[in-house]
Design a protein around this ligand. Structure first.
Ligand code: ATP
Ligand code: MG
Length: 416
């Protein structure tokens, strides 16, 4: 894509009302725009990253046999009364239309998915299975000061699984745990993200959160370096300040953000909706459920918090909006434009995603923008590089610079 055609522009200053690093950098780089507190638009570059994260999650959910659906945002009040959450959930957005009908804007989808699957489940033969979606959620978050880490409208992947017995549920829960580990590895925050034991509420001893270490987080966790797991502050006392796996008492305190979680729901939602199945002997049994969430914006914002530096964003290759930022230094010499155009076409032909900075701006401005936008490889085409018959290639994450000829460059970009 030619950068001159992008309708967005980068900014030197972040808006004064943004305090979070992720929001400041993403707005300056033109990846997102704030409509109001906790509500953001994804602009072309930001959306490319969000979609890359979405695709990684989709691949991993499909590998655990999740079936993708898309459920509505507008939920009838009755469904929320059935579970008691119309009253109990204080962050629920409620809308009344001109006919007086009341609806909830979905903050989560148990109230929709359970009545949905109930139509198709009657026998033990119909189980197990899981469904998932990518959907905007709405929550009246009191503090929306963390940029896209805590939105009032935000994109979530939510999966729900349905089982016959605890053993079958547990086995599936473990496969999803693994899939989550793959997801956080692939999006580039595997090293910072810990499986964390959290209190499970009234229904089970533990739930599991995936917590990424960052000072931008709102949670306190205690890490066991022997087991590479953590315990949330809320349950550390129940745990007698020790690791739930090995009993280790020297745990390391860190600040972290919850990027995902997995939950044993037991019959919490199947019971109120009467979701049951007939077992082999014809006896009616309650369906057991699990739920599994990941906030896509939260993941994206966490990557910015963890990897971004003083110059700007730094994208891991798997989720970067483009692989190569081709920075053409404007020149009177028409060979520079020709050289840039040829390289652009060669890379695109090899399926390398390239943003070509073909704008008529000074080199310094272009380099600053390139660092701000954070594309993994910056390739400079200028009179100087053409004269030397080599391109200057800089890796955004390490700052490492190398001079490569055309075929070396193609090889490097394709391999990336
Ligand atoms: P938190 O404790 O941070 O409020 P939660 O326990 O309410 O999170 P869930 O309801 O389990 O979160 O949602 C599943 C996932 O959705 C979370 O792990 C997180 O990644 C994401 N998420 C939750 N709330 C928000 C939000 N307001 N903005 C962006 N992502 C969110
Ligand atoms: Mg919450």
């Amino acid at each position: 894509m030619r950068q001159s055609k992008l309708f967005i522009k980068t900014r030197k200053e972040a808006p004064a009302d943004e305090v979070a690093k992720n929001a400041k950098l993403l707005i300056r780089a033109g990846f997102v725009d704030k409509l109001q507190s906790g509500v953001y638009t994804y602009l072309p570059l930001g959306l490319r990253v969000l979609k890359n994260i979405e695709n990684i999650i989709r691949e991993e959910m499909n590998l655990v046999n999740g079936q993708e659906v898309l459920m509505p945002t507008l939920h009838p009040k009755e469904n929320w009364e059935t579970t008691g959450r119309w009253k109990a959930m204080t962050d629920l957005y409620k809308v009344t239309d001109s006919s007086g009908r009341e609806n909830a804007l979905g903050p989560t989808h148990e109230e929709v998915v359970v009545p949905l699957v109930k139509q198709f489940v009657s026998s033990y033969r119909d189980l197990p299975f899981s469904v998932y979606q990518f959907q905007n959620k709405f929550r009246m978050e009191l503090r929306a000061k963390s940029g896209i880490l805590r939105g009032r409208e935000f994109m979530m992947k939510d999966m729900y699984s349905f089982h016959r017995d605890p053993k079958e549920f547990s086995a599936y829960y473990e496969t999803v745990k693994n899939a989550y580990k793959n997801i956080f590895d692939r999006v580039g925050i595997g090293a910072q993200t810990y499986l964390t034991f959290a209190s499970g509420g009234t229904f089970s001893k533990y739930s599991h959160e995936f917590q990424a270490i960052t000072t931008a987080g709102e949670d306190a966790i205690y890490i066991c370096d022997k087991c590479c797991i953590a315990v949330n502050k809320e349950i550390i006392e129940d745990q007698k300040n020790s690791c739930p796996e090995c009993g280790n008492k020297s745990l390391r305190a860190e600040t972290a953000v919850e990027v995902g979680n997995i939950f044993d729901l037991k019959t919490k939602f199947s019971a109120p909706f009467g979701l049951t199945y007939k077992d082999e002997s014809g006896v009616e049994q309650p369906v057991l459920m699990g739920c599994y969430g990941i906030g896509l914006g939260r993941v994206l914002g966490t990557i910015v918090e963890v990897l971004g530096d003083e110059k700007g964003l730094v994208w891991p290759k798997e989720i970067a909006p483009f692989m190569v930022h081709l920075v053409e230094i404007p020149s009177e010499n028409p060979l520079v434009r020709k050289g840039a155009e040829k390289l652009y076409k060669d890379l695109v032909k090899k399926d390398v995603k390239v943003l070509w900075d073909d704008r008529d701006l000074r080199a310094g401005e272009k380099f600053a923008d390139s660092d701000l936008i954070g594309i993994p490889l910056r390739v400079v085409v200028s009179e100087k590089t053409l004269a030397g018959k080599k391109f200057e290639v800089k890796e955004r994450s390490s700052g490492k610079v190398s001079m490569l000829d055309g075929s070396q460059l193609l090889k490097k970009c394709v391999a990336s």
